[in-house]
Design a protein around this ligand. Structure first.
Ligand code: HEC
Ligand code: HEC
Length: 194
């Protein structure tokens, strides 16, 4: 986990982003961009580009809501604020549907260190009560099983620091009650699920 902790997009990602912004901006204003070229070069788990989430096979309502939040800057997440800025509502919605229709690609099914501790934490906070016993979510609740560990860890920290909204958990406890150590273990437990 040390390797990917606090992972930031690497220079190659930044270069790609600049290229995409220049190349794609005029096209995005009229038609829905092709997710294969506009999004998935970054978002495929095999690309190993740091803390980039799996979005193929994620639920459409959840994807739509997040893209709208990035666009309206209710959620900060580099580089998605800039990437979503020029999207029309219809394009944004069409992309969410196109991505949701694709099969989920688990980031990793390899055993993760400290996953056993993470599973205890998931039980203690009753995370399954919303995300489902298989943690695959549904509707506006995201699938978190098989998500990228470094990404999950960063989001749980962001919830903890109140940078991103998350509903209360575990009998009203806030996500900021979760220590960085526990967040790392929870992320590991979730990442190794299918
Ligand atoms: C240059 C790399 C890059 C490109 C290209 C890119 N993304 Fe992202 N995306 C990211 C990163 C990094 C994050 C995580 C941001 C954070 O930490 O909150 C992200 C987050 C997201 C999320 C939030 C997922 C979740 O589980 O909450 C969605 C949805 C998303 N991107 C959709 C898209 C779509 C649609 C496209 C194509 C139009 C796209 N992205 C193109 C890097 C990229
Ligand atoms: C009361 C219902 C509820 C409970 C309990 C709950 N969640 Fe969530 N979770 C949500 C909702 C709703 C969202 C989407 C928030 C948003 O719209 O940005 C979410 C989002 C997330 C995300 C972001 C996923 C992504 O792709 O960015 C993570 C990670 C997460 N939850 C982990 C947890 C963990 C770990 C627990 C237990 C400690 C937990 N959740 C318990 C409802 C819940």
């Amino acid at each position: 986990m040390q390797k990917t902790r606090n992972a930031r997009p690497r220079p190659v990602t930044l270069a790609l982003l600049c290229g995409l912004l220049i190349a794609a901006a005029p096209v995005w204003s009229s038609t829905a961009p092709d997710v294969e070229t506009a999004c998935l070069d970054c978002h495929r788990p095999q690309q190993d580009r740091g803390a980039v989430p799996v979005i193929e096979g994620q639920h459409a309502d959840y994807l739509r809501a997040q893209l709208q939040r990035f666009q309206q800057r209710h959620r900060e997440g580099f580089p998605m604020n800039a990437l979503s800025a020029g999207l029309e509502a219809a394009s944004l919605s069409a992309m969410a549907d196109a991505l949701a229709a694709r099969p989920w690609r688990a980031a990793s099914s390899a055993p993760q260190p400290r996953a056993d501790i993470g599973r205890e934490q998931l039980d203690a906070f009753d995370c399954a009560s919303c995300h489902g016993s298989d943690f695959r979510g549904g509707g506006s609740i995201p699938r978190i099983a098989g998500q990228q560990a470094a990404y999950l860890q960063r989001q749980i920290a962001a919830f903890g620091e109140s940078e991103r909204h998350h509903p209360p958990v575990g009998g009203g406890a806030r996500m900021y009650g979760i220590t960085p150590d526990a967040a790392e273990a929870i992320a590991a437990a979730l990442a190794e699920l299918d």
